[in-house]
Design a protein around this ligand. Structure first.
Ligand code: SF4
Ligand code: SF4
Length: 978
């Protein structure tokens, strides 16, 4: 890390260019000069990295016989520094000329996108060196850069080794910032070059395409390739829009550079913000072109009369087999599923097209284009009719964690005030519902107690049930960086994800044994006297009950259940219990179990009995999945809470919202969750649904059941940007806006509320979502008059105490963490619960949990355990990422990851077609032999509709969080015929 002012203990005073300057002790001359407004040019230096002083561009005269490199030379009291003498400037000019002479000719530009930012060319301008001087070495018969050549093997990054000046900025960006450790140096003397892994082509290396090296390169040796081969204009001709990444809950700040003449984004760059510090992963940097897909929905659609009775419209979603007469290879071809008349006319002709998207040619003919007026009238009329006939229980809404806070707020308000039901939910049910349940019970708040960046202050960090390098890549870069800074990282997960490579202790526990593991660790913490007794006495309740429960989990018993050696369990207890500050990060490997709430209860107890909540470097952090799942939950897009987690079953809360919203008839009882709504639809309870941006056909467990439920609905309106699998069951499809096409706020995993800004126009007749929700509200008589997201935000803040002091104006470019103590506060609250918890008595309630096995254990028929989750390059049901050129090119196909010994036993090699079946369905997909799996387990990402993992998963649920057990079901694996 660069030397920072915080590390200094005093100050030094010295002279720069005749000015007296005082700087923190330990500052470099370059830092002090910058603080004083004096520019010293650099090439190898970047403030985000440790200085190395190799390029000598920043030399200054300190009176010593040789010039000093300002980026590494520390200031000293009384020293005299001259930064711009003729000799110093001559030295820099000469260096620039030498470097430029070895650059490839400009015409050999391997599709650069950042030419305008080529820092070497800027220096050439500054020192009057002609750009035509580049390639002089080549002109003289010498190969430029020793003829190291160009590497275009990566789908997203072009490497021109000859333009490399060996400044090592990319090495430090890759290794020190992102912690990916891909780039190093290879070769000797003039042949020295940057190398990916063992001098592999970049596209074949372990590179994860985060693009951090591109952002760091000062010469154009590493550049972004244009997406879709569209030529990139110089940056000065592009429009810069500061916004936030649309993918995961890390919420990285970025800037899109937009070519207004083409109406398209040219490229994205990370932007400084207190959380993400300008870092991005592959999705944020390269995954934005989905919005420009020709498959965007651009006009309202109404199902044609002859496409009733309803059923799935495509062979894929019906689950047809490749040939007539065979059993369903996909377990989908259910005789109970209604077929549309056209399907019947086709005589059930089968034909499963390869590929990962809904076949528009097959599905769109079942719909006709409509005007917005006609479509919205129909939606309002049909939902009203269903409500009048069946009452509140007949209506339900699924909102989306991809939508903004304003949209989530309006959507739940529409369902609650328009249809008088709390049957409104979203995908939070499927990711952290059990964590939130345990957190509310334990500490009275479902949000994180501290930020992911606070890991830098932790002595120990536990990352558990989280493939964070894939799911929260930028957050994981902070975990890796903290470890290099001295934090002990403990990784606990059945899969040896890349985080295991960066852990001091890795515990590969058996799936579904988390409670036994953490009870074992707590047993040892208590036995070894490592509890914080004062904290337990003053800040917690129920410790004795916890102590009695964990007494039954000595490490030897925990080892029997979990497979983690007893002495490793003790080591974890020693590390955690002995740390001054310990921080706990967890993901869906904890929450997506039938014991998800119990798992989270254990993590809360682990932190509480060691005093690890409410101080820097300590706390509880469930890593939230979607970009706005925290915000959508805050907004009350959940059946048991109004905005700000005010209980929907509480009469006082109901009265409060009736007054705030000017209504008298809100639903007095809690509504149904997503999985319960699907079950209700199947049973004929819920008859009409409004689906805003959700695709439960792929995201919910046990797809066969979901298909039947969707087909049974009397009316379904789907508002989305693409024709999703769920839309095949719709009566009306409304073309929506992508994230890039609207203003709004989004709340990330840290509780950081940020402004997302409009980057592009909506295509065709597609409309901004909050306006569509308002139009439906007004058609059912709600009389709304919102004019902007800002106005909606002001209303939601008025009913949400935790969002107090947040305004569109004070969110600025970095957003703010809630709670925000006052409107002028610089960044909001990082560490919560310093004095008391949000529970009524202010204490953390410790809830002991006994280990229970998963709902469906392996047996002879289904001997493997299936774990499902995400890949780095893809997102949820793939509707965005599979339409992104870069992401689809890097990860184009579904795979089942299997341990090498299991693969050998099954006769499977890499790429062989495997057939994976459970009691609920069958899929076929490529085998991927992987050392990251444990024997007896397999992993399937759930993004791929052609091999939908959720055909296999069980819909058994955690009884409290109502979250399905996505992380555990029994499957059989065989070699398919191919
Ligand atoms: S793209 Fe990222 S992972 Fe790949 S070499 Fe560059 S910094 Fe390293
Ligand atoms: S880590 Fe998440 S928010 Fe950041 S760039 Fe990647 S997907 Fe986007």
């Amino acid at each position: 890390m660069a030397i920072t002012a915080q590390e200094s203990t005093g100050t030094v005073t010295f002279t720069i260019d005749g000015r007296e300057v005082t700087a923190p002790e330990g500052s470099t001359i370059w830092q002090a000069a910058k603080a004083a407004g004096i520019d010293i040019p650099v090439l190898c230096h970047d403030e985000r990295f440790d200085p190395v002083g190799v390029c000598r561009m920043c030399v200054v005269d300190t009176g010593a016989p040789a010039f000093a490199a300002a980026c590494v030379r520390a200031c000293e009291d009384g020293m005299t520094v001259k930064t711009d003498t003729p000799e110093v400037e001559r030295s820099r000019a000469m260096l620039t000329r030498l470097l430029l002479s070895d650059q490839p000719p400009r015409e050999r530009d391997p599709k650069q996108t950042t030419t305008a930012d080529n820092e070497l060319l800027k220096l050439a301008d500054r020192y009057g060196v002609s750009a035509t001087d580049s390639g002089q070495a080549g002109a003289a018969g010498l190969p430029c850069g020793s003829g190291r050549g160009v590497d275009l093997s990566s789908p997203v990054i072009a490497v021109d080794h000859d333009a490399c000046i060996l400044c090592d900025r990319c090495v430090r960006a890759c290794d020190d910032v992102q912690g990916n450790d891909v780039i190093g140096r290879s070769g000797k003397g003039y042949g020295t070059h940057i190398a990916f892994d063992l001098s592999d082509p970049m596209g074949n290396s372990s590179c994860v395409s985060c693009g951090e090296c591109v952002a760091a390169c000062p010469t154009g040796a590493l550049t972004n390739k244009p997406i879709h081969d569209i030529p990139i204009r110089p940056r000065a001709e592009l429009d810069a829009v500061d916004t936030v990444c649309p993918y995961c809950g890390v919420g990285c700040a970025l800037t899109y550079y937009v070519d207004r003449d083409r109406g398209a984004i040219a490229y994205a760059e990370g932007r400084e913000q207190p959380g993400s510090h300008a870092r991005l992963c592959v999705k944020g940097r390269y995954g934005w072109d989905y919005a420009a897909s020709p498959q965007r929905l651009t006009v309202p659609l109404i199902r044609r009369e002859d496409s009733y009775p309803k059923g799935a419209l495509s062979a894929d979603v019906r689950g047809d087999m490749a040939a007539d007469g065979e059993d369903s290879a996909h377990g989908l071809d259910d005789p109970d599923t209604p077929k549309s008349p056209k399907d019947k006319r086709k005589g059930g002709k089968r034909g499963r097209k390869p590929g990962g998207l809904v076949d528009y040619a097959e599905v769109l003919p079942h719909f006709r284009e409509a005007t917005w007026e006609e479509a919205l009238d129909l939606v309002a009329r049909r939902l009203s009719e269903i409500y009048l006939k069946g009452g509140p229980a007949a209506i339900a809404g699924f909102g989306s964690a991809k939508c903004s806070n304003e949209e989530a707020y309006l959507f739940q308000k529409l369902i609650r005030t328009g249809f008088h039901t709390n049957n409104v939910d979203h995908c939070t049910r499927l990711c952290h519902a059990s964590s939130v349940a345990a957190l509310f019970e334990g500490i009275g708040s479902g949000a994180v107690s501290t930020t992911y960046g606070d890991v830098i202050n932790a002595e120990v960090a536990i990352v558990t049930g989280s493939n964070s390098t894939a799911n929260h890549p930028v957050a994981s870069s902070f975990f890796k960086q903290a470890r290099r800074n001295g934090t002990t990282v403990i990784y606990v997960d059945p899969r040896a994800d890349k985080m295991a490579d960066h852990a001091d202790i890795y515990c590969q526990l058996k799936p579904g044994t988390d409670v036994a593991f953490y009870n074992g660790v707590m047993h040892e913490i208590i036995r070894l006297g490592l509890t914080d007794d004062d904290y337990i006495r003053t800040r917690t309740s129920n410790f004795e009950a916890l102590k009695r429960t964990v007494a039954d989990y000595p490490p030897e018993r925990a080892e029997q259940i979990t497979g983690v050696p007893a002495n490793t369990i003790t080591r974890v207890a020693q590390a955690w219990g002995g740390a001054k500050a310990g921080i706990m990060f967890w993901g869906m490997g904890i929450s997506q179990h039938t014991t998800g709430t119990d798992n989270a209860r254990c993590l809360i107890a682990m932190c509480a009995i060691t005093g690890n909540v409410g101080k820097p470097g300590a706390g509880l952090h469930p890593l939230r999945g979607q970009n706005n799942v925290q915000g959508a939950s805050d907004m009350g897009l959940i059946p048991m809470y109004y905005p700000n987690y005010q209980g929907s079953g509480d009469p006082a809360v109901k009265a409060k919202f009736e007054q705030a919203w000017g209504v008298t008839d809100l639903d007095p009882k809690e509504g149904l969750t997503t999985t319960e709504i699907i079950a209700s639809a199947l049973a004929g309870g819920v008859r009409g649904m409004y689906m805003l941006g959700e695709n439960p056909f792929l995201s919910d467990p046990n797809i066969n059941k979901v298909r039947k439920a969707l087909a049974k609905l009397d009316f379904l309106v789907v508002q989305d940007i693409f024709l999703t699998e769920t839309a095949e069951f719709a009566d009306v499809i409304l073309p929506a806006s992508s994230y890039l096409e609207k203003d709004g706020t989004y709340t990330n995993t840290d509780r950081r509320v940020q402004l997302g800004r409009k980057v592009l126009d909506t295509p065709g007749q597609a409309r901004v979502d909050w306006e569509v929700v308002q139009d439906i509200a007004n058609r059912i008589g709600l009389g709304w008059h919102y004019e902007s997201p800002r106005q909606i935000f002001e209303e939601l803040v008025s009913v949400m105490p935790s969002y107090k002091n947040l305004t569109y104006d004070n969110l600025g470019l970095s957003g703010k963490l809630y709670p925000n103590p006052d409107p002028e506060h610089s960044d909001g609250t990082v560490v919560m619960f310093g004095e008391r918890f949000n529970t009524k008595d202010g204490l953390a309630h410790l809830v002991p949990a006994e280990w229970l096995p998963a709902s469906e254990l392996p047996d002879e028929q289904y001997p493997y355990v299936l774990n499902t989750g995400r890949m780095l390059e893809h997102w949820h049901t793939g509707s965005m990422t599979r339409r992104s050129y870069a992401l689809d090119a890097i990860a184009p196909k579904a795979q089942v990851f299997i341990h090498p010994d299991d693969a050998a036993e099954l006769g499977l090699d890499d790429g062989d077609l495997a057939r994976v079946s459970s009691r609920r369905g069958v899929i076929e997909l490529a085998a991927k032999v992987s050392h990251r799996e444990a024997r007896g387990n397999c992993f399937i990402p759930f993004h791929f509709r052609e091999a939908a993992a959720n055909l296999l998963t069980t819909d058994a649920m955690d009884p409290i969080g109502k979250i399905p057990e996505y992380k555990f079901c029994a499957v059989r694996i065989e070699k398919a015929d191919g």
